[in-house]
Design a protein around this ligand. Sequence first.
Ligand code: FAD
Length: 487
Amino acid sequence: MIGNLVNTKDSHIKNLAKIVGGKKSILYHKEDLIAYDCDGFTLHKHLPKAVVFPQNTKEVSDIVRYCSENGLPFLARGAGTGLSGGAIPLNGEVIISLVRMKKLLRVDLENRRAVVEPGFVNLKLTNSISHKGYYYAPDPSSQYCCTIGGNVAENAGGAHCLKYGVTTNHILGLEVVLPNGDIIEIGQNGIPDSPGYDLLGLLTGSEGTLGIVTKITVRILKNPEAKQTVLAYFDQIEDGSQAVSDIISQGIVPAALEMMDKIAIEGVEAAAFPVGHPKDIEALLLIEVDGISAGIEEQINQILEVCKNRNVREVKVAKDEEERARWWANRKTGFGAMGAISPDYLVQDGVIPRSKLPEVLRKINRVSEDYGLRIANIFHAGDGNLHPLVLFDARVPGETEKALAAGSACLQVCADAGGTITGEHGVGIEKREEMRFVFNDEEIIAQTNIRDVFNPENLLNAGKLFPSPGRCVEIKQELKEQNAPKI
Ligand SMILES: Cc1cc2nc3c(=O)[nH]c(=O)nc-3n(C[C@H](O)[C@H](O)[C@H](O)COP(=O)(O)OP(=O)(O)OC[C@H]3O[C@@H](n4cnc5c(N)ncnc54)[C@H](O)[C@@H]3O)c2cc1C
């Protein structure tokens, strides 16, 4: 390996290498570290101190204990597809990459569960069990490469989470390495009403700030007997949005209910998986229903009727599995497709009450006009999880800052509508300050107090999830003084 030996004299590198069985399992040359200076949120870049590749829980625990005893900041990394900067080594962390812990440890069809290592790729689980008639429901669009460990940390969602729930609804047990190196098991593998605090709920979605997940027991589901997919084109975005509310208020819970607006359609049609959507429509809906065969036909007829009542221009049902797969490939590669129509884009992720969809989309359009940047919308309409994609050109001075401000303004619109600032991509470093849109100081302190119990030295993934301390530190100090015993 050629290179800039920035760290070779560092005894920490030698000691960490020893833990993971030698230099084949650690990166520390600058040119190797560059690949780890950001994740899917590319607007912040920081070099890690080193990247280590443990192969089992004991190695993870030994690395963590070493870092903790030596005051070295550290963080976990899966596939690095996170969109909010959760795996960015802000403080020159030792990155603990879980990609070599990628085994499917057990499949238990009788109890409908599987046990995986954290680096196991999401889609591989479904691919490994589909021949037996089972699948793993949470399906982020990045599922072909993101890891289940990363999904747990971000409480990942996906197109089919409307009916089946997000990651937290499918996690039955976790093995976790705490920030001092101790190993604990949480969750009683799905036994309902287990005693004690719900640590499983707490750890899932904690964005890698409370511990490092080293083993995961997940729920697996039986493949639905039948599924049908509908594509509907609208001339008015309002009609498409109203159709979403109408479908749900008819009592239908589709497996997926996705929407794209005109700019998004321009992008997906210019990219790798075009399907021939008309370019002059304002919105499309991709709707999937599944379940037992008997009920599907009726639900499809109801959906077609709703769309007609909302002035749909054209609506069609996928004629076979091949067509359905093409429609989904077109949708699921939607973020990346923005690269076909813009040099850069910023993915946002807000949630709103579904009934406010028309009003919020109008306001996001106004944000786009105010900032002079195009904003595409591709999103999980059924659960009100918006993804405004702010298109910009980082080569134009000041445009990156403008894009960030426009993204933040979109989140403010969501918060003002009674929603929140993230549905599935997490807060990371990207939305730390926007946490103030939805939590006051005391509510933030209640959460950082929990982090401090697990992660008292704040060496694990520091600087993520919460806004800069500022007023919170003052309040914490005031509370301490108020509660101090009077002498
Ligand atoms: C094109 C594209 C489409 C996407 N679509 C979706 C989508 O539909 N739905 C969705 O929810 N997300 C989506 N994402 C975001 C991303 O894929 C998810 O957040 C995913 O869960 C991250 O997994 P990862 O393995 O890449 O984790 P990373 O990016 O490596 O890490 C993410 C966070 O998890 C922590 N972490 C990772 N592994 C562990 C572990 N074992 N223990 C503790 N903490 C850990 C990291 O420290 C970091 O804070 C998309 C991303 C891209 C690029």
